[in-house]
Write a protein that binds this ligand. Structure first.
Ligand code: SAH
Length: 412
């Protein structure tokens, strides 16, 4: 079975970019099933890659291998998964189970083991939460190999269980229905307690966002903990309080956490208790904690009207622009919240601001933040740029994998 490309459309594959768009395909031979492996050839017949076929997606095929001698079989996936695991051992205690036990270096036992295209496994996301793996299969190709992948992951990591969270919207584009549930091992508790730099968090792997926790922000949460001492902190889009708990344990004077999700806020409150932070105490050495169920766009305006002020503001909104098509509208959203945040900061205060939108690159994000400062009538300096952690690597051939951008700005 093979795919023949239109003339000239082989260029991106020769640069090892792993996607074949539907518009590049001249011919599909052999009637491949969804997810089946096909050879991809240039118009002149040159062999280019071996890929997973996806008949309904705009991304018609995703490359497994650029090596003509490499078969796509269980051994192939064993090699790829092993490589992904060994990359993590550079930064984390052994991702192999059960040796790692949460007392490991940095106290971190939750991190991403497989980051899809960036680990040479398009469509496969695997996150480790303590002894449990949460798997997302996002493409027809992963769906085709799902059992093989699950067996290998269990064998290579020794995990107690694999829970599936293949309920991301992007599956629809692949013609796949959402699916969640136990995939291997004994059913874990829906709520797992993880360790992050020695701090503890409850993660609900069944109902939480993504696979349960925003693991990509781990190092940035730690960073905020280091910046928070003695400061009044406003954590916008707080989810289950990741930045809030780090800030409190870093010595923040007060932390106000805002999110629209009541469930996330409830778990956030539990996470403060879990870390021995006493809530609602506004004097002495204890951090004053407040949780607010509200839309951030509205809340920031209200705070402005009330003349409130903070020393450290975190903005970590959801993806406003998944692709470049939504970039313009998204830019207005980012500018709005950043402008308001600059206004709410005391002089010398810090803005830690993020975008996880694939449709907005780092240069554009910096421009948006600059124009937000201009509109707010303030001067600011960027003192640090932030990105996703090393468990979310970026393949040099797949720049789309670099999605998380952050700036630490100090208001003049
Ligand atoms: N910083 C968090 C992750 C934030 S994810 C962490 O480190 O864990 C984005 C969050 O924004 C989600 O919890 C979502 O519920 C919330 N959200 C989305 N739109 C919102 C809005 N308009 N106002 C407030 N919260 C919003």
């Amino acid at each position: 079975m093979n795919i023949i490309l239109k003339p000239g459309r082989e260029k991106s594959l020769l640069r090892r970019h792993p996607w074949v768009f539907s518009g590049a395909v001249a011919q599909v031979n052999g009637n491949p099933a969804p997810g089946a492996t096909v050879d991809v050839r240039a118009a002149d017949g040159q062999w280019l890659a071996r890929a997973a076929y996806s008949p309904t997606s705009q991304i018609r095929a995703r490359v497994w291998t650029f090596d003509p001698d490499e078969a796509v079989d269980a051994d192939f996936f064993r090699r790829r998964i092993s490589a992904a695991l060994s990359l993590r051992t550079i930064f984390f205690p052994s991702p192999h189970f059960p040796q790692a036990n949460g007392r490991a270096e940095g106290g971190t036992d939750a991190f991403r083991l497989v980051h899809a295209e960036s680990d040479g496994l398009p469509g496969l996301v695997v996150d480790r939460y303590g002894q449990v793996l949460v798997l997302q299969s996002l493409t027809a190709g992963c769906e085709f190999w799902r059992d093989t992948l699950a067996d290998l992951l269990l064998e290579l990591t020794g995990a107690a269980a694999i829970y599936e969270r293949s309920d991301a919207d992007v599956r629809e584009l692949e013609g796949l229905l959402p699916r969640t549930g136990l995939l291997r091992g004994a059913k874990p508790e829906s709520r797992i307690t993880i360790n992050e730099y020695g701090l503890k968090f409850h993660v609900n792997i069944e109902t939480g966002h993504k696979t349960g926790f925003y693991l990509d922000q781990r190092a940035n949460r730690h960073k905020v903990g280091q910046l928070a001492a003695g400061r009044d902190v406003l954590n916008c889009f707080c989810y289950t309080g990741g930045f809030s708990v780090h800030a409190a344990l870093g010595g923040a004077k007060s932390v106000l956490s805002v999110d629209t999700s009541a469930d996330a806020l409830a778990l956030g409150q539990e996470n403060t208790a879990l870390n021995g932070i006493r809530a609602d105490v506004s004097t002495g050495s204890t951090t004053a904690f407040e949780w607010l169920e509200a839309d951030v766009f509205t809340a920031l305006r209200k705070f402005r009207d009330q003349n409130r002020a903070w020393d450290l503001i975190i903005l970590d909104p959801p993806k406003f622009a998944p692709t470049a098509v939504q970039a313009e509208k998204a830019a207005r959203g980012y500018k709005d919240i950043n402008r308001l945040a600059f206004k709410l900061l005391r002089p010398g205060g810090m803005l830690v601001t993020f975008s996880c939108s694939g449709g907005i690159d780092a240069a554009l994000f910096q421009k948006i933040v600059a124009s937000a400062a201009l509109d707010a009538g303030v001067d600011a300096q960027i003192v640090e740029t932030l990105t996703q952690g090393p468990d979310h690597p970026i393949s040099v051939h797949f720049p789309e994998g670099a999605y998380l951008k952050g700036l630490v700005c100090v208001k003049g």
